[in-house]
Design a protein. Structure first.
Length: 563
């Protein structure tokens, strides 16, 4: 495991000014400033913004053309084919677009390629799907920005294409009727962080505005929130509003399939959090695509049968369990390879592959290994003469830039700074390993490969009162772009004999300034033998809220401790 260092955010004068202007605690103001929110106006938007703050969807280039073509298709009763990706973001984009367009009277069909057979994205051969379905209009969801050959063939066949995507383009853009993608340099849209489902939502917003149906718009935020969280999009700007109000809406669900999924996850009657979506709801939807049957997830949200929805939700749960078993097996195999060959001591970029590995789950395993060894990791699933790879990176190393440097080795590749996918000939894997490690060695030093815990603010236990908690809650929801705040408390006394829970967690009782908190070190069971009653420790931690019998309790989730 990588060495961990604590990094305290620098003291900034703006925090004091902000605290005075808003009437909030200095610790809360420091968190805002650490997130780049340094004016009272920006803080008001962050803390109190609502759906009236959403941007005009027509700021996005191509929106007017897309809206007019869809309205034309509806009036002509043309079949609209929605072409989606197989992950949560893509699946739910298909669902919300289908439901929204159907509510406007459109005849809608959808298609999601099978991950394990067809791979990612719209290929030239998929024109046959549009022809078979007799569609004159194709709308992509979470894909299409690189579908130049498909768009060319579609144009030849008289089929119009509207692309909704959030990925970076290739060397040239497809010849589509409209491209809705905030990542384009000339998109005109002020928020570039939208997930694909966020882009789909903006299209729905524009359509509903034109049809006088804006009152129906919030209904879609439940799925928009799930897709945004599952795609690990930055919870800033509009994404934050989508998730904030979408999570609130999940307290009152009418969709039969979503209701069944929530019940199966054990979340019925509970306030659903970002973590609940990220670790319970999202993985079950995602499992269908990872295991090659994404259509099951779409069907769940379309069925109105309670019996069928329960069966589909159970099937997704079974697939997720299968995915977890496969993932754990690959993780343990990869860990053994790395340790037995001391790869983490020899290389700054870990690349390894195997014929037995399932390419639907190697991305998750790469992410876990990246966290453990704190360095970029790319795993390859060997299939005949090809190697299909999925990689994850640390914040200090933009992974897509590394792959750009050896692009000549790939049959296909794409992604962004933190996550990539690629396909190359198996005979080129050795060349690839040498190339990426040469690049990584020139880019990464020893300091880069130390895990960092960013400390937002020092705080004494006595300051964590009801007013503090009330203002702290305004900072949520937490996630990428707005991480859960990490606090530092110094000199806390251990007042119990540390307990090892379930053989892997450590529970402590800590006292400072006459205030006592229960603290839990997740996956830190070895701490129980390292500290004892009476020890004074410094701790880096986040606040943890739980509800029991209607009463909310606060405990500490320990990131690290120092004696």
């Amino acid at each position: 495991m990588a060495e961990t260092i604590w990094v305290s955010a620098p003291h900034r004068e703006e925090a004091s000014t902000l605290a005075a202007a808003l009437g909030i605690q200095p610790e809360i103001a420091r968190i805002l400033v650490n997130r780049g929110i340094r004016t009272a106006e920006a803080a008001q938007y962050f803390l109190y913004g609502d759906l009236d703050c959403l941007h005009n969807p027509y700021l996005m280039r191509g929106m007017r053309e897309a809206v007019e073509r869809i309205r034309q298709a509806i009036s002509r009763k043309e079949r609209i084919l929605i072409f989606g990706d197989y992950d949560v973001d893509g699946v739910l984009s298909v669902v919300v677009l289908s439901k929204a367009l159907s509510s406007l009277g459109a005849e809608v069909d959808y298609f999601i390629p099978e991950r394990l057979k067809e791979g990612y994205g719209i290929r030239e051969s998929h024109i046959e799907v549009a022809l078979e379905r007799k569609s004159k209009l194709v709308i992509s969801a979470d894909c299409g920005i690189k579908a130049t050959q498909f768009a060319k063939r579609a144009k030849e066949k008289g089929i119009d294409i509207i692309i909704t995507d959030h990925h970076l383009p290739g060397d040239s853009l497809p010849e589509a009727l409209a491209i809705l993608n905030p990542m384009l340099d000339d998109s005109g849209y002020p928020d570039k962080n939208l997930a694909a489902i966020g882009v789909a939502f903006k299209l729905i917003q524009a359509l509903f505005e034109r049809e006088g149906k804006l009152s129906s718009l919030p209904h879609y935020l439940k799925l928009v929130a799930i897709g945004t969280i599952a795609d690990v999009s930055a919870l800033r700007g509009e994404n934050r509003l989508f998730v904030k109000f979408g999570l609130q809406a999940l307290e009152n669900v009418s969709n039969t399939g979503l209701m069944s999924l929530i019940e199966l996850c054990g979340l019925e009657g509970r306030k659903i959090s970002v973590g609940d979506v990220g670790f319970r709801i999202g993985p079950r939807i995602n499992a269908a695509g990872r295991m090659g049957v994404a259509n099951l997830a779409v069907q769940l949200f379309f069925t109105e049968s309670r019996l069928e929805s329960l069966a589909l939700a159970q099937r997704l749960d079974d697939l997720n369990a299968e995915r977890q078993r496969t993932q754990n097996r690959i993780y343990n195999q990869a860990l053994e390879i790395i340790r037995s060959r001391s790869l983490d001591k020899r290389y700054r970029f870990l690349v390894l592959g195997c014929e037995e590995w399932h390419r639907g789950v190697i991305g998750i395993v790469a992410s876990k290994l990246k966290d453990f060894f704190y360095r970029p990791v790319l795993l390859l699933a060997y299939e005949d003469a090809q190697a299909c790879g999925s990689g994850r990176s640390i914040s200090e190393f933009p992974l897509i830039n590394c792959l750009d440097e050896c692009r000549d080795l790939f049959l296909d590749y794409g992604g962004h700074a933190m996550a990539v996918g690629c396909t190359l000939l198996r005979e080129n894997v050795s060349l690839f390993k040498r190339a990426v490690n040469a690049y990584a060695s020139s880019f990464l030093n020893d300091e880069h490969l130390k895990r960092k815990i960013g400390i937002d603010s020092r705080v004494n236990f006595s300051n964590i009162d009801s007013s503090f908690i009330r203002n702290y809650s305004l900072l949520s929801p937490f996630g990428v772009g707005n991480p859960t705040p990490i606090f530092l408390t110094e000199g806390a006394e251990v007042i119990n004999d540390p307990q090892k829970i379930k053989d892997k967690h450590c529970k402590l009782l800590l006292r400072q300034n006459e205030r006592v908190f229960e603290a839990l070190g997740w996956e830190k069971g070895d701490w129980a033998a390292k500290v004892k009653r009476g020890d004074r420790i410094d701790l880096a931690y986040s606040l943890r809220f739980s509800e029991y019998m209607g009463e909310e309790t606060i405990s500490l989730s320990l990131e690290d401790i120092k004696k």
